[in-house]
Design a protein around this ligand. Structure first.
Ligand code: KET
Length: 398
């Protein structure tokens, strides 16, 4: 009966986690999946989250279904963070926001919405992008294309080609953008480049869909949201998917949000209704525990401030690891340029290693990176960085 079912080759990121777990080498290091580990190589539980969880536990209560759109405080938390607490667009009721099952859930509901209400639209993703962007949109029957982004030859952006490409697209085509900490390259646009991108989007009546999974890991909470707020200032319609997996270190709780910025309150209400309807027929309503944590941390002023500090500490440790990795590699291979390591933002560094070199790191050193050469810098610490740099130098030299 099931013989005709295709074999699933596995996911390039999650599959690597399984291989890592099965590896018996005590020196193994996971630089594959985008997870932040602290200086001791441990995934942190943030102090603000501990406090929030104590509050939830102290008042152990019944667990009703949440509304389809999730907790109001979770939704408000997403909105304030993305658009700014006092944003006019929020006061005017122009943003339809639902709490979602992680950033992935937000992308899925967004993709379903686009397929249903903009069936002619194609979705364009950066070349390269997070692989699941393509899978999620294609899985919702949205045709996916790629726009020029990363220049393998220079390690820089193909900015002019990207702009020229956008100008060839059709009205209502969707452009998937990473407002900060581009995954997998770590290469971000300057504010001036964002202005140019958004102008072309406006001129050609394209729909920006911004996926922000690393807010706070680039520059700061506000700068990282520059593209989102600029699009709002320009009066563009806009989709935003956001994830709290990384910046609240709540990966397994699956917390995120989907926001759609609309021209009028009436449209925002209609969109909100349709998003609810999509949630109802896919998973009915989101889980409650992570939603309560988000609600408490985002809406309690003291906890929120503590949270910002904890995110910036993670950001700063990653930046310090970038500097260290760069200097060790420069010392080992003086004729090679490693400037890219500190030019890139967020959790990832696109190292330019060949798939064969990445494979050697895994088989000879038990160092796990994605085969496209993406390294999660947040997995480095002062104990393992020399081992990683030595191994990288070895495979680069041969
Ligand atoms: N968007 C981007 C750009 C992203 O990197 C991730 C996760 C997500 C959305 C999904 O967020 P979540 O809240 O976990 O559903 N990326 C890492 C983990 C993964 O692949 O699932 C990664 O790239 O390693």
């Amino acid at each position: 009966m099931f013989e005709r079912i295709d074999y699933y080759a596995g996911d390039p990121i999650l599959g690597l986690v399984e291989k890592f777990l099965a590896d018996e080498n005590p020196n193994k290091i996971n630089l594959g999946i985008g997870i932040y580990y602290d200086e001791n190589g441990v995934m942190p539980v943030l102090d603000c989250v501990k406090t929030a969880e104590k509050r939830i536990a102290d008042s152990i209560s019944a667990r009703p279904y949440l509304p389809m759109a999730g907790l109001p405080g979770h939704r408000k938390g997403c909105q304030d963070l993305l658009f700014g607490k006092d944003a006019q667009v929020l006061k005017d009721g122009l943003v339809a926001t639902i709490a979602t099952i992680g950033g992935s859930g937000a992308l899925k509901i967004g993709a379903e919405f686009i397929n249903e209400w903009f069936p002619q639209s194609k979705c364009y993703v950066s070349d390269p992008t997070w692989g699941n962007h393509i899978a999620i949109f294609e899985g919702s029957d949205v045709e996916v294309g790629k726009y020029p982004y990363y220049d393998t030859a220079t390690g820089g952006l193909r900015f002019d080609e990207m702009i020229a490409f956008f100008a060839t697209l059709n009205k209502d085509d969707v452009i998937l953008l990473h407002p900060c900490c581009h995954n997998p390259t770590g290469l971000d646009l300057t504010h001036a480049q964002w202005d140019t991108v958004l102008n072309v989007i406006q001129e050609h009546e394209l729909i920006p869909f911004m996926d922000i999974a690393y807010q706070g890991f680039g520059e700061d909470m506000d700068s990282d949201a520059y593209a989102i707020r600029k699009a709002v200032d320009m009066g563009l319609p806009l989709f935003v998917s956001n994830s709290f997996s990384k910046n609240l270190s709540l990966y397994g709780e699956r917390v995120g949000g989907l926001s759609v910025v609309c021209p009028t309150t009436d449209e925002a209400e209609r969109v909100f209704g349709q998003l609810n309807s999509m949630v109802r027929r896919i998973y009915s309503s989101p889980p409650s525990h992570g939603g309560h944590v988000v609600d408490i941390v985002m809406n309690d002023a003291a906890l929120h401030e503590q949270w910002i500090g904890e995110v910036y500490a993670m950001r700063d440790r990653i930046k310090a690891m970038r500097l260290k990795l760069k200097s060790v590699l420069e010392a080992k291979i003086p004729n090679r340029n490693f400037d890219y390591i500190t030019r890139q933002n967020g959790m990832f560094s696109f190292t330019g290693l060949t798939p064969e070199q990445v494979e050697r790191l895994k088989s000879e050193y038990s160092i796990y990176m994605i085969s496209n050469s993406r390294m999660c810098v947040a997995g480095l610490n002062t104990n393992n960085i020399d081992y990683v740099a030595n191994a990288m130098a070895d495979v680069l030299k041969d």
